[in-house]
Design a protein around this ligand. Sequence first.
Ligand code: SF4
Length: 354
Amino acid sequence: MLATDLRRLTLPEPPPSLDPAARDAARARFVRRLREENAVLVAHYYTDPEIQQLADETGGCVADSLEMARFGKQHPATTLVVAGVRFMGETAKILSPDKRVLMPSTEATCSLDLSCPPDQFAAFCDAHPDRTVVVYANTSAAVKARADWVVTSSIAVDVVAHLHARGEKILWAPDRHLGRYVRERTGADMVAWEGACIVHDEFRHRALAMLKASFPDAAILVHPESPEDVVAMADVVGSTSQLIRACVELPHPRVIVATDRGIFHKMKQAAPHKDLIIAPTGGDSATCRACATCPWMKLNALGALAEVFDSPANEIHVPADVSRRALRSLDRMLAFSAGRAPVRNAAACETALN
Ligand code: SF4
């Protein structure tokens, strides 16, 4: 949400937890239906470990939003079950319009998406007609339809650096922290929307400095949706995939991580010998109820997944004209990332590793 609106936001209640027998039944049901429906599960790193495990075990994918988009587009399944938040389901549908895209909860949204209503965003764009419009993937299909480029956090710096080198001025939306980070890294002329992620916005510099003092041998890994003073403390700043890679490659015995704690599942798999510590948040005064945990990602519960094929309400639809326009900016993102890997953030990570 806009930074000033964060505290007004009503967050969803976490789904009820299942007893062990109900979990087993839900898991078995989902796996059977997945086969029957020629479907594949595509999950984000922030979902619960049991959802990530299910995706891995059934031939699906656990990834960041860029890789989720690529995987869903290339996979031969006729149905994609997207365990993430709504913009990820919409992106999957836009890139694979002939596939059925289902989500365990279509209420799973994102504060960045909520912060950027398409009509207000269109007015912002109209006020800056001379600027190239670059939006973060965490936006609605309608906002993507208005954009020239979509970027994820893994390629945002590289795309803006590329546009800046061509002499283009940038209109950025919606995350203010990522926008500031990109501006600092590229020197581009940017005007930016003032959205924020309710999870990353809560990481706190002072408490992080105290934690680091207690663990001087720890590396600090930070997602760029975090506040400026937290980013300034980082050994590595990067997307979820880049942070997992840094966790593996850095020599430090422990890492302090400023992103959703769901990422620990893959970090533990990739670096089982590392001690993982979540970065401190605003604590009791935080605007999120479950700090360092996205309340909307939590809606991707096993019980909901088991019933995902049963209701038409779980299917994602994107109006054809919106989809057609959003596809242009998404295709640019995919083409750019395919042609320019490894991206500059990864290079920064390599610098930190050496
Ligand atoms: S963690 Fe933040 S950016 Fe990611 S989906 Fe949740 S609210 Fe959105």
